[in-house]
Design a protein around this ligand. Sequence first.
Ligand SMILES: [Zn+2]
Length: 781
Amino acid sequence: MAYKKQARSENEPNQMTTHRTVILMFLCGIVAFIVLIAQLSKIMIGQHDYYESAAVEDQVRSTTVNASRGTIYDTKMLILAQSATVETVYISPFEMVRYGEDKEAIAAALSRILDVDYDSIMEKWEDTESWYKTVRVKVEQDLADQVRAYVNGGFLEDPNYRYKDTESAKRGYLCSVHLIEDTKRYYPYSSLGSQLIGFVGSDNYGLDGIEAMYNSTLEGENGRIVRTAAANGTDMLFTGYEEYYDAKDGESIVLTLDATVQFYLRKNIEQAVAENEIRNGGMGIVMDVKTGAILGMVSVPDYDLNDFSLLNEYYKAKLDAEWDPVTMTEQDYNDRYLQLLQLQWRNRAITDTYEPGSTFKIITLAASLEDGAVTMDDHFNCGGAMQVLGRTDPLHCWRRSGHGDQTLAQSAQNSCNVAFATMGMRLGAKRFYDYMEAFGLFDRTGIDLYGESSSIWWTRQVFEDPRNHSQLASASFGQTFNITPIQLITAISATMNGGYLMKPYIVRQILDEDGTVVANVNPTVVRQVISEETSRHVREIIETVVSSPTGTGKNASVAGYRVGGKTGTSEKVGQASADYMVSFVGIAPMDDPQVAVLVILDSPDRTSGLSISGGSMVAPTVGNILADILPYLGVEESGGSGSFNVAVPNVRSDTVADAKAQLQSLGFGVQVLGDGDIVTDQAPVGNLKIVQGSTVILYAGVDKPTDMVTVPDMTGKSFRAAKQYFEAFGLFIKSAGVMPSDSKTIEVQRQSISPGETVNFGTVVEIGLIDTNPDLLETHG
Ligand SMILES: [Zn+2]
């Protein structure tokens, strides 16, 4: 501990005034050895006699000056965690007796100001040997100031205070009530990023998340004030000698995390968990593909950091449902409570391992292309199953009827197990294993977060044994091993960014107490795994998984952006009744990938009647996340599937003939109301984007209706039906993602304006479409 030591003369009380509480204690000549509150209580119990005798001897008074813990900021300098000064109010029964102070009046005043039970304070006065009894900890400044005012003379105006003519009272301050500064941690966004940020214990020591990982950076060093004084006197004010040891405030941390991205990530995952009847929540990561910086990391359900020891609603309900007062004891309840608390605190994106399933095919594709085991011109034939050495039963494709002849890109679009098993076997066990190693799948990524797990793989020896050939086949499409979500998204980012495996990180900057940058964290390249050219080929193929009308990733389309991605549906390993992990990884924009988004939903309810697949459950979620964050991150629209939304030109005051021609040339239908020559009004108004093929209404001398329109519920209806219905109501459609078509399997999944709301005639409603074609819903093979 390197305290900055500063000897102070008695004539320099200025430094002291910043520590008001300390002054008060000196004024009274109290004797206390105050360290951190938690440690103090231990001392009072464990070493009571020693300290008390030392105290009575009045040799040295020492007071801790708490260091202020550093702030945690998001990347835009929004405060995610901050310490504020609070105070602990305590009483000294020993001094109450010694100075003859009115314990009833003081107890009544403290009880009123601090909302503490009067009797409990009276009980504390009973222990007249004690110098230190806590009345309340973490008292906010305004209340502490009220206590201070009472102590500093306020008691003289208290009609209940009886001993106003004692020597002690004449000094004008109470000696038996003390305040000491402490800090309290606040989390302004309460549950946002809770598992990632973590929390601190009552002693301001970080216990989880960033708070724990960076505790030594954040905590700073406490200072002390040491003072010697005469043994007897009550008037020791500014006598003796003192030394002041400055507290060194903690440094602050700037994360790569963006609170807005985090908000969108969580919002969409929560929605997906609810809509798809997911039993065990979900998790997600948004990564900067080029640097490995984490922009968002979510586990749902999360919890309020300001009340981290309370179960969130989800786990509380679970506990209540399990609770059986007949068979369970109170101890059982408490044990289970703690167990669930630990579950709720878990940052699942780094602590959980799972079988990735088909999202992993991106890695197999990249390795096979890089190694020359396949070329961009290869074809694969899928008859629905294949024989694999070492397996008695054939290996089935998820689509039992087979995919027929496919190009390499089509194999990815179809997520064909047979094609990918073939790729893996061409690559061979040794090279396959080499690539897994190179993509970092055997190591923890080393992300600067607490609790990262390692993956579960075979040893090289077992994997390369020819008798285990079937493992190679299954591994090629992401089965029979477990990795963490952070490992997967880091490896997939490497396939997209030119081949560079980056070390993921969450802290980008350290600031000192004045806000000066003391350290910048730069992105770290672990190694280059594949070439720039291979990476380009992987990008080309992965984009078609989303952009192809028959791609299994189609539902992740985002209007206006080029998106790539891959679905995943896998069985939870080691479970008797098969539960599934459904997932999707999306990357955008594909002309120059910037972000990767991985979302995993844990255990869709198999009795829900919903088709369980990453393509139907998670691809739309990732599409919605990208639609939210790409414009926010300033990513320019670059074509993609968005050309079906077209801006309606402003044709008011044009001639009807010109307006009609212009609209028709843009692919709109036109309906003209009235028989004037000039367009007097239009619906929708100019510059709004709507789906191409919509019918624009022109008014030529007829007034546009001014009635309000009630928005109908079109969710679950086909696009075609929704468009006709909306237009009949005088409403227009813009599609947020999947390309609109008259195919019956294209359905409305959500609409931007809730059913039943009233809006102006001509309003544009944004709809999210999903393709429910079962041929696109990759199920577990
Ligand atoms: Zn197939």
